[in-house]
Design a protein around this ligand. Structure first.
Ligand code: CDP
Ligand code: CDP
Length: 221
């Protein structure tokens, strides 16, 4: 037997479907780099709001995007996006970003500036000796890594997801973001053909992780 192959795990799903918790636990279990692309869109949104570049001002938006310089900082097993050398603050989980992020994420040019950066995380993972990466978002299995070794799509009833967010003490418009993310033209939220669809409404986090891990483990042994 040769050494284990480098694996790419793509996890997509709606808001609060369990992507981040599941990805973090898989990253620990299999020594993978964890890449939360939702945090990238949140950071970018926060940066543009701070620069007073409204999504409605297309000329200002297209003018601002090329000036943004991206780099990566590792925090444990997670890849953090730095913009102009700066990490995101707590405000990326706050109400203003929640309300705006799906609007910025619907702009094709905004998605385009993050595309190569996201694919470049494979290099980051290899450089730091990870066995692979687990990347979560909305379009990972459809656009970023359509040839990923594993593509999962997490479902959960919207009421259950809203309950999970509320249990975290966070105010979030789960259903509204899903509506915007599903209806946009570029890279909409949808389970891509061939992806493994998992409904977690009645599953615990541990049960979800075990289901995904059962698929991944044989490839790494
Ligand atoms: O954590 P939660 O599922 O609520 O959201 P998130 O993963 O942090 O993503 C925030 C927003 O970023 C989403 O509602 C999408 O509008 C956008 N996003 C995207 O368009 N494409 C991705 N690959 C990841 C996030
Ligand atoms: O990343 P995403 O927004 O998709 O979801 P998350 O932040 O991982 O999960 C939202 C919350 O739901 C967390 O507090 C999880 O612990 C919880 N969760 C759960 O209760 N049951 C699951 N099967 C999955 C997640």
């Amino acid at each position: 037997m040769g050494s284990s192959p480098f694996i790419i795990v793509a996890i997509d799903g709606g808001a609060a479907s369990g992507k981040s918790s599941t990805s973090r636990l898989l990253a620990e279990r299999f020594n993978l780099l964890h890449v939360d692309t939702g945090s990238f869109y949140r950071h970018l949104t926060s940066e543009l709001l701070q620069r007073r570049v409204p999504v409605s001002d297309r000329a200002a938006l297209l003018g601002a995007l090329p000036a943004l310089k991206f780099s990566t900082r590792l925090e444990g097993r997670s890849a953090r996006l730095l913009i102009g050398g700066q990490p995101a603050g707590d405000e990326i989980r706050g109400q203003q970003v929640n309300e705006n992020v799906s609007h910025y994420a619907a702009v094709p040019e905004v998605r385009a500036v993050l595309l190569d950066y996201q694919r470049g995380q494979v290099g980051v993972a290899k450089q730091h000796g990870f066995r692979g990466l687990v990347m979560e978002g909305r379009d990972i299995g459809s656009v970023i890594f359509p040839d990923a070794d594993f593509r999962f799509f997490l479902h959960a009833d919207p009421a259950e997801r809203a309950k999970r967010r509320a249990a975290e003490g966070r105010q979030d418009s789960v259903a509204e973001r899903d509506r915007l993310d599903s209806s946009r033209k570029t890279a909409p939220l949808a389970c891509p053909p061939g992806a493994i669809d998992i409904d977690s409404t009645f599953l615990t986090l541990e049960q979800v992780v075990d289901k995904l891990a059962a698929q991944i483990a044989p490839k790494l042994n």
